[in-house]
Design a binder for this molecule. Sequence first.
Ligand code: GDP
Length: 304
Amino acid sequence: MFNSLSDRLSATFKNLRGKGRLTEADVDGTVREIRRALLDADVAVSVAREFAAKVKERALGAEVSEALNPAQQVVKIVNEELQSILGGQTRRLNYAKVGPTIIMLAGLQGAGKTTLAGKLAKSLASEGHTPLLVAADLQRPNAVTQLKVVGERAGVPVYAPHPGVQSDFDELTGDPVVVARNGVSEARQKQHDVVIVDTAGRLGVDAELMKQARDIRDAIRPNEILFVIDAMIGQDAVNTALAFDEGVDFTGVVLSKLDGDARGGAALSVASVTGKPIMFASTGENVNDFEVFHPDRMAGRILD
Ligand code: GDP
C-alpha cells in the first residue's frame, strides 16, 4: 500500500533538492504535485485539497529552521501533516475502569469485521487479557459459525446464540440486541476482562442496519466502537465512514486488507473526514495478520 503515492512524493521532493530558497512558484508547483499524487492514491478530493492548502500555508510561512534545507523543510511539513491526518499519536484502547471493556465492531459486510474480531481477541489474549467474542451478527447465515471458527483459531471463547436462551436460540430470527446484551452479561459473570461484539454488516449503508447497530450500542454501552473498513474501497470510503460516524459515532477506525494493492487513499480520507483515529490494521486472512496502527510510522513509510 502507498507505494505509488510514496514514489510520487519522493519524485516531487527530488525536484526541490539543491534549491537554496523556495519561491512561491516552487511551493505552488510542489503542492500541486502533492495534491495530484494524493488524488491518484484515491484520497478524497476535499481531503487532498485541504491537505495541499495546509502544506502550502506552512511552507510559505515563517517556520524556517536553520538545520533544514528547503526541501527537507517541505518533507518535514508533509510528514507532520500526514501524521496528523492519520490520527496523530498512536491511540491505545480505552479500557473500562470497572468490569469488562466492551468493544463493538461495526462496518459493511465483507469489511473484515469477523476476521478482525479474532485477530484483536488473539492479540489481547497474548497480552494477558481474557477476551470473550460475541456473535451478534445474525444477518448473514454463516456469520455465527464463522466467528466460532475464528474464535477457535484465536483460542478465545465465543458467546453465540444458543438453545435455552429465550429469543436468542435461532440465530436467523433471534434479536442481535438480546444476543449482544447476553454476551456482555456472560463476560461479566465469567470475569472476562474484554468483550468483543461482532455486529451485522450490509453490502451498502442502510437505515435498518444503522438502527440495529445503534440499538446494540445503546444496549451494551461500549468503551470502544471500532469501525472496520476495507482499505480497497477507495473513493467510497468517505461516504461509508461518514454514514457510520453519524450512525454510531464510532471511536476508532480499523483498516483491513492493507496487504492488498489498495492505493491507501481510504486510510487518509477516513481519518481526515471523521477526525477519528486509525487504531489497528488488518493485513491478511490469517489470525496473526494484525498490527497496532502507528500514524508516525505510516507517515514515515509513505515518505520513505
Ligand atoms: P465481515 O463481513 O465484515 O465480517 O468480513 P469478514 O471478516 O468475513 O471478511 C470478508 C473477507 O475478507 C473474508 O474472505 C476474509 O478472509 C477477508 N479478509 C478479512 N480481513 C482481511 C485482510 O486483512 N486481508 C485480506 N487479504 N483478506 C481479509
